[in-house]
Design a protein around this ligand. Structure first.
Ligand code: NAD
Length: 327
């Protein structure tokens, strides 16, 4: 990773002094870092790619260009994001691999190294939905969502840490950062999204384990639970997602989520293993499952006595956050 440059020094020469050309690309919080973002052709991933580029990063824009349900493929959204970054003087390349495919995820990491000389930050953002009440959910709807979210997080992370461990062992460590994308559905549950909620809960837990295991290599890993307007939300939550027409703060603009992701993906981030909720300007840290205060009998319980013990435990425990869409 190139050292962060505070500005360009004036070259010593006999030429008349010129004002140095300093753009935000050179001075941003991610100047010189190489960032790969999955699902960056649209929605949140697109906003993250633009924000990382504006913060000085070189960006690998991954996207298969799938439909909301994961079908089909179209490289043009990713290519448009790259064109937008390049037009603004940034550096970016398209990667059209399926991030949930083992070899595809390997090519994504390899492309960052080939195109930009390394990888510093991996943002796992790609996602699909196949919403259905459990009574009607098919096994294909279950598998498709699990594949994109869970394999689509594990595969690129696994390839990235292979590279980062190699760099660490070679004595050329990268300041490596992983940002995964969970969801309020994963942290609290969401009716008609049992598949998506389970996958997103898996991503949250995967991330805390990654943080615990990878800290020794200097790799920090955090997850986010965003809320923003995208094709994933603008119909299902039309009222909540609508952009204001009176010029007030557009709370659900996906670009509001990106500064957090840029910070988590920068070498300024010194936090690992945490989940952050973000919606507009509202940022929060979420605590996961907590141990309650146990009742220890010091012996094996009988089934008959457990009703009273459980009632006491439930009575003293805080009420759980409601499942989205329940009741
Ligand atoms: P989106 O549909 O606009 O973007 C998702 C992108 O991922 C698409 O461009 C799609 O082509 C791409 N993609 C899908 N499968 C892929 C694969 N296998 N490989 C590479 N790319 C793939 O949706 P979004 O709202 O921007 O969602 C981004 C992430 O944020 C998702 O993980 C989503 O679950 C999560 N999320 C979004 C919200 C929200 O409010 N929008 C809330 C919680 C979580």
């Amino acid at each position: 990773q190139a050292p962060r440059r505070a500005g360009l020094g004036r070259a010593r020469s006999n030429l008349p002094a010129r004002r140095p050309v300093v753009s935000w690309h050179m001075t941003g919080i991610c100047a010189g870092r190489v960032v790969a973002i999955t699902g960056a052709g649209r929605g949140l991933g697109r906003a993250h790619a633009l924000a990382f580029a504006a913060a000085g990063a070189k960006v690998v824009v991954n996207d298969v260009g799938a439909s909301l349900h994961g079908d089909g493929g179209d490289l043009s959204p990713a290519a448009e994001v790259v064109a937008e970054i390049v037009a603004q003087g940034g550096e970016a390349v398209v990667n059209g691999d399926d991030c949930s495919d083992w070899d595809g995820a390997g090519r994504l990491v390899a492309q960052a190294i080939e195109a930009f000389g390394g990888l510093d930050t991996l943002v796992c953002n790609a996602g699909i939905v196949r919403d259905r009440m459990l009574v009607n959910m098919s096994v294909d709807e279950w598998d498709a969502v699990m594949k994109v979210h869970l394999r689509g997080t594990f595969c690129p992370v696994r390839h990235a840490i292979d590279y980062w461990r190699g760099q660490h062992k070679a004595g050329t460590p990268r300041v490596a950062r992983i940002v995964t994308t969970s969801s309020g559905a994963g942290l609290f549950g969401s009716v008609s999204q049992a598949n998506y909620s389970a996958a997103k809960a898996g991503i949250a837990t995967f991330t805390i384990v990654a943080a615990a295991e990878l800290g020794r290599y200097g790799i920090l890993a955090n997850t986010i639970a965003p809320s923003a307007r995208s094709r994933m939300t603008e119909e299902a939550f039309a009222e909540m997602m609508r952009a204001p027409t009176d010029g007030s703060f557009d709370r659900m603009d996906p670009a509001n989520v990106s500064p957090l992701v840029v910070w988590l993906g920068s070498d300024a981030c010194d936090i690992t293993g945490r989940a952050f909720e973000i919606a507009g300007g509202e940022l929060n840290v979420c605590d996961g499952w907590q141990h309650g205060i146990p009742i220890d009998k010091g012996d094996r319980y009988t089934p008959e006595e457990l009703g009273a013990v459980v009632a006491e435990l439930i009575g003293r425990a805080p009420a759980p956050a409601p499942v989205y869409g329940a009741g």
